[in-house]
Design a protein around this ligand. Structure first.
Ligand SMILES: [Zn+2]
Length: 563
C-alpha cells in the first residue's frame, strides 16, 4: 500500500484511501486495464529486421559506390580513353575483364560485413522434441509476489505441488533467494529482469521522485542543464510509470526480441516498451485475472507453431502479497492464496505433462521478496522527531516503509538531518538514518539523482508514519498488517527459488552450486536474485550478447558449462 508522497499530505486523505486498494503492485485497480483478451498484443518485430536490413543495404551501396568511383576516376584521367577499354594501373584492359576482376574482392568484403552482422545474432541452440513438435530452449519465469521461504515449512500442507517441483527428478529449490534493497516489488522485479541493482536500473522504490526527469519531453536533462521540473514515479499509474525513460537497463525480453526471437510478458511489473522502442511480442498488461487464466494464456503461447512461439515467458502472480499486506503473513488470507497459487501450479504441471514438456521447458519460480508482520506497537512517528514545522518542510517522500526525504528549497536540511541522526541514535535500533555517503555499501543504493539525500530506514516489522496519518487514515490501527521493503538481509525478507526442467539435471550432475548438504533432497544455498538474469540468458543461449549486469560473471558456468 505505498502511496505517493503527495497523497500522504493532509487534505489528500480521500485520494490516499482510494489508492489504498493498491497493495504494492498487487491490489491496484488498473484504470487502463481491459478485460478484453485482444489487449494481448502480437507484434511482428518487422522494425528491427527492417533496420538491420537497411544498414546492410546501405553499407553495400556505399561500398559499391566507392569502388565504382575509383574506377571511374581512373577512367576519366585516361587520355587514351577507348570505348569498351579502361586503363588500370597503367595497363589498358577491356572493361568486362576489369569488372570481372573486381567481383571477387567486392564479394569478399560483402561476405565479411554479412558475417560480422550475423555473428552478432547468436544461433539457436539445438531444438528438443516432445514427440510431436520441436522446441527451442524455452524458459518460463513465474513470480509469486511476497512468497517468503518460511511458508514452505509453516504451510507445507497447502503447497504439495510447489514442493513436488523441488523433489521431481529434474527439479530443485533453494533454501532462499536474496532480494535487492529495497525489498520492494517494482525494484526487485526490474532487477530480476535486468540483473541490475536499483541504483543502476533506476527503479529505486515503488514511488519516488526524480528531480531531473522532464515529463513534457520525456527526456532527462543533461549534466549542465538546470532542472526546471522533476517528476514522480507512481507505480500504480501506468500513464506515468510506463514512460520508458524511467526504466534503465535492458530487460531479458528486450534482449530476446533484439535477437529476432519472441518473448511474452504477462503482467510482469515493468513497461511494455524499452527506451529504444523494443516490446515483447506478446504482452498482457496488469489487470484482475485469475491465476488459472494466466496458465491458460501460457499454454496458448506454448501451443503456437515454433516460428510464433515465445522462447521466454514471464508471468506475475500478486495474490500472496496482497493477502500478506492485508492480514499479515500468518493470516487466513495468506493460507487461501497459497492454496490458490498451488492449485495454479497443479494446472501448470498437468499441462506440461499433457504436452510432454516436463523435460523440455525450463520453469523457474521465484518471489520478489518476503513479508513481515507490522504492529501498532512498532511505530515511528516522524512528526515526533521533526516537529510539525519539519514535517511541513518535506517536499517529497520516496519509498515505503523506508522513507527518502527531500526537503523544500531553502530548508536547512542539515539541521533536520542532525535531528534525525540523534533520534536514530536514541531509538534502540528501531530505525537508522543514512545519506548516500553513509548508506551500507552492500545495498548498492547510493549513486545517482534518484536516491533521496536523506533516508530513514526502519528495522524489520517497524513502520514510519505521523500522528495525523495514523489517527485519521488508519483510525489508530496501523495498516497494512504485513509489509516488506526492509533490509534485504532479514530472513523474513528473503524470496524463494524453485526450478524444473532440463537444466536442473545438469545442475544436479555437476553437484550443483555449493549444495546445502544437510537437506534431503539437496537444496541450493541462498543466492542473490541478480543471478537470475544470467541464468535465463544462458539457458536461451544469449550469454554472449547479454548487456552488462550486476550478477556474478560466470556464476552458473561451473554447473551448466561455458555455453
Ligand atoms: Zn512484491
Amino acid at each position: 500500500m505505498p502511496t505517493s508522497p503527495k497523497l500522504q499530505t493532509k487534505g489528500k486523505i480521500k485520494d490516499h484511501m482510494a489508492s489504498n486498494e493498491a497493495d504494492d503492485g498487487s491490489l491496484r485497480d488498473d484504470p487502463s486495464a481491459s478485460d478484453d483478451d485482444s489487449v494481448i498484443h502480437d507484434r511482428a518485430n518487422m522494425r528491427d529486421e527492417d533496420e538491420a536490413g537497411m544498414e546492410i543495404a546501405q553499407e553495400r551501396e556505399a561500398l559499391l559506390a566507392r569502388n565504382k568511383g575509383s574506377f571511374q576516376t581512373m577512367s576519366m584521367n585516361d587520355g587514351r580513353k577507348r570505348k569498351g577499354w579502361i586503363v588500370f594501373l597503367g595497363v589498358p584492359l577491356p572493361k568486362p575483364l576489369l569488372y570481372l576482376l573486381a567481383v571477387p574482392p567486392i564479394l569478399l568484403i560483402l561476405s565479411l560485413i554479412s558475417d560480422l552482422t550475423i555473428s552478432q545474432v547468436p544461433k539457436h541452440l539445438t531444438t528438443l522434441s516432445n514427440g510431436t513438435h520441436e522446441f527451442y530452449p524455452t524458459v518460463l519465469l513465474i513470480s509469486l509476489d511476497g512468497f517468503r521461504p518460511e511458508y514452505l515449512s509453516s504451510h507445507k500442507d497447502l503447497l504439495p505441488n510447489l514442493l513436488s517441483i523441488s523433489t521431481a527428478h529434474n527439479g530443485i529449490r533453494a533454501e532462499s533467494m536474496q532480494p535487492v534493497f529495497p525489498s520492494l516489488t517494482f525494484p526487485n522485479h526490474w532487477s530480476l529482469m535486468t540483473g541490475l541493482h536499483p541504483e543502476s536500473h533506476g527503479i529505486v522504490a515503488n514511488n519516488f521522485y526524480d528531480p531531473l526527469f522532464t515529463t513534457d519531453q520525456n527526456t532527462r536533462l543533461g549534466a549542465g542543464d538546470k532542472a526546471t521540473q522533476g517528476a514522480q514515479f507512481v507505480y500504480i499509474k501506468e500513464d506515468k510509470s510506463w514512460d520508458s525513460n524511467w526504466w534503465w537497463g535492458e530487460p531479458i525480453w528486450s534482449l530476446v526480441e533484439r535477437m529476432k526471437r519472441k518473448s511474452a510478458v504477462i503482467m510482469w511489473p515493468g513497461p511494455p516498451m524499452t527506451s529504444t522502442g523494443i516490446s515483447p511480442s506478446y504482452f498482457v498488461p496488469y489487470r484482475k485475472l485469475a491465476p488459472s487464466e494466466k496458465v491458460k494464456t501460457i499454454f496458448s503461447y506454448l501451443d503456437h507453431p515454433i516460428s510464433e512461439r515465445p522462447e521466454f515467458i514471464a508471468s506475475y502472480f500478486p495474490e500472496i502479497d496482497q493477502a500478506g499486506h492485508k492480514g499479515g503473513p500468518n493470516s487466513q488470507g495468506v493460507n487461501d492464496t497459497l492454496k490458490l497459487c498451488d492449485d495454479m501450479l497443479e494446472q501448470l504441471i498437468k499441462g506440461l505433462h499433457e504436452r510432454n514438456l516436463q523435460d523440455i521447458l525450463n520453469v523457474i519460480i521465484v518471489s520478489d521478496h518476503g513479508m513481515a508482520e507490522t504492529s501498532n506497537d512498532r511505530i515511528i512517528y516522524l512528526d515526533d522527531i521533526l516537529g510539525e514545522e519539519g514535517v511541513d518542510a518535506i517536499e517529497h517522500k520516496d519509498g515505503w516503509p523506508s522513507v527518502g526525504l527531500r526537503f523544500k528549497e531553502g530548508t536547512n536540511s542539515g539541521y533536520y538531518l542532525e535531528i534525525l541522526l540523534e533520534a536514530a541514535e536514541q531509538s534502540n535500533g528501531t530505525f537508522a538514518v543514512y545519506t548516500p555517503e553513509t548508506m551500507p555499501e552492500r545495498w548498492h543504493f547510493s549513486h545517482g539523482h534518484r536516491i533521496a539525500p536523506i533516508y530513514v530506514v526502519p528495522t524489520i516489522g517497524w513502520a514510519i508514519t505521523d500522528h495525523h496519518e495514523h489517527e485519521v487514515l488508519f483510525q489508530g490501527d496501523y495498516q497494512p498488517k504485513g509489509n516488506h521493503g526492509y533490509d534485504n538481509l532479514f530472513p523474513e525478507m528473503q524470496a524463494i527459488f524453485f526450478a524444473q526442467g532440463p537444466f536442473v539435471n545438469k545442475l544436479k550432475e555437476k553437484g550443483a552450486l555449493d549444495i546445502y548438504e544437510s537437506h534431503d533432497p539437496p537444496i541450493l544455498k541462498n543466492f542473490q536474485n541478480l543471478q537470475i538474469f544470467s541464468l535465463v540468458t544462458k539457458l536461451l543461449g544469449l550469454s554472449d550478447v547479454e548487456p552488462l549486469h550486476n550478477g556474478t560473471i560466470g556464476f552458473w558456468n561451473k554447473y551448466l558449462g561455458e555455453e
